[in-house]
Ligand binder design. Structure first.
Ligand code: TXA
Ligand code: MG
Length: 316
């Protein structure tokens, strides 16, 4: 992955998806859209291919990857399944939810995917293009978000190209991602469900199905979120949060009615704000000036939006 390669531009036609599947099966890296963000895929059973994900992103090797599968049966075959997983999969798969479960016998997944952990993060994405690709590959596809490590996540093929062009075999373009923030990660390996990362499925929805509250992760336990670095999603410029006034020279990112350089949602709609978040950060970043962000309520998808904004604003 050191010498540049030509990154193929693929679309969403059947022959493009077949080509993407062929590249993945041959051990190459292919970026593809999901409903949350674009992922950088590799055959999860091919150690060399998974190693190339870490190399192309500059990702620390202690940060494990999510395995993407086409359906619940394929997920069950890789882990020790349980009743809670069944209830979550029934309610929310395919969709923006990742489940962490103990690795099962004979799973075949490269230890580089789990970064040596005894658990595996699994998800069945909903975007038809991703489902078609996974069906064509016929095995688990490891995929982190398709951005250089630490930078803003990609919600369009153009974002992927800007960050990883020349380092990956192909990019499958099927338009912008509807959800716009990464999946919610739920740890189901212990006695009670734990929220490992807020994301595109609001925790309130999970709790409504479980009939019990979901515990926050223990921030002191490194295994509860092995790769969640404080500084992440970082634009080049500085980011200031909860801004109610804006200084001269600052670019303003709004939420709700008002005059801003860009607005996450003029009507204060959190789903719209999540879908706009990374695209707006990419656009402001290109203008190379300090960014100030209006307050976003800490409920529903606002929890994931604020989590990403805090990491974007964190000291580097
Ligand atoms: O929406 C998403 O989840 C996107 C799309 C492409 O599916 N993927 C994504 O991957 O956000 P990534 O690599 O950017 O984030 C995966 C997160 C990391 O924070 C990692 O530490 C955590 O999942 N993770 C992976 N395996 C884990 C495990 N076994 N236990 C706990 N956390 C795990
Ligand atoms: Mg990521």
């Amino acid at each position: 992955t050191d010498s540049p390669i030509v990154t193929e531009a693929l679309g969403n036609r059947p022959e493009d998806i077949a080509r993407a599947a062929e590249l993945l099966r041959a051990g190459h890296l292919v970026a593809f859209p999901t409903e949350t963000v674009y992922g950088l895929g590799a055959d999860a059973r091919n150690g060399a291919a998974v190693a190339a994900i870490y190399a192309s992103k500059g990702r620390p090797s202690f940060n494990p990857l999510i395995a993407h599968v086409g359906d619940v049966a394929a997920a069950r075959a890789l882990v020790v399944w349980n009743d809670c997983a069944e209830a979550m999969a029934e309610a929310f798969w395919p969709g923006p939810l990742t489940l962490v479960l103990p690795l099962g016998a004979g799973h075949g997944v490269s230890p580089l995917v789990t970064a040596g952990l005894a658990t595996l993060a699994l998800r069945v994405p909903a975007k038809p293009c991703a489902r078609d690709l996974l069906a064509a590959v016929g095995g688990p596809v490891a995929a982190p978000s398709a951005n250089p490590s630490g930078r803003i996540s990609p919600t369009t093929a153009a974002h992927v190209r800007a960050g990883l062009h020349g380092r990956i075999a192909a990019i499958l373009d099927d338009g912008p991602c509807a959800v716009g923030v990464e999946s919610t990660i739920l740890g189901l390996q212990g006695p009670a469900p734990v929220l490992l990362r807020p994301g595109g499925l609001a925790v309130e929805e999970i709790e409504a199905v479980l009939g019990q509250p979901v515990a926050e992760r223990d921030a002191a336990d490194p295994l509860s979120a092995p790769g969640q670095l404080l500084s992440h999603y970082a634009p080049n410029a500085s980011v200031r949060l909860n801004a109610t006034r804006f200084e001269a020279g600052e670019l303003s990112l709004g939420f709700g009615p008002g005059a801003f350089d860009l607005n996450l949602s003029e009507t204060g709609d959190l789903a719209e704000a999540a879908a706009n978040l990374f695209g707006h950060l990419h656009r402001l970043d290109a203008r190379d000036a300090p960014i100030a962000v209006a307050p976003v309520p800490e409920v529903g998808l606002g929890v994931a939006i604020n989590d990403r904004l805090r990491r974007a604003a964190a000291p580097r």
